[in-house]
Unconditional design. Structure first.
Length: 120
């Protein structure tokens, strides 16, 4: 694991949890992210928060990491956020990988193409 591929920002005043992912996640990156995300969520009442995840700079992952995408999408759903907004990846392969997982899991969230749309 090299450079950190994500940031997690909690805005308590606006009740927004904002996550930005970028680059190519390996399995070990995904495990660390999942742990840090869960630790952050445990400090709030998610039902009062809008969760925005910016995956616009996310690259396609290796096939064996797709299970981690499924797992994290389930984590997002099971946290019961007030609202979930996902900013689509620009990378077509990454976008397809996420879309396939979303459809398979019947994930409930809004998908947009820009930060402006996500923060509306």
């Amino acid at each position: 694991m090299g450079k950190k591929l994500y940031t997690i920002n909690l805005d308590i005043e606006k009740n927004i949890l904002f996550v930005k992912t970028s680059g190519v996640f390996k399995e070990e990156d995904a495990k660390v992210y999942i742990s840090e995300f869960q630790t952050t969520v445990n400090t709030i009442n998610p039902s009062k928060y809008k969760f925005i995840i910016d995956t616009s700079e996310q690259e396609a992952v290796e096939t064996h990491v797709i299970d981690d995408i499924r797992f994290v999408l389930n984590q997002y759903s099971s946290a019961h956020f007030k609202e979930i907004v996902v900013i689509n990846p620009i990378c077509p392969i990454s976008k397809r990988q996420i879309a396939d997982c979303v459809n398979e899991l019947n994930f409930k969230g809004e998908f947009v193409d820009s930060l402006k749309e996500a923060f509306k």
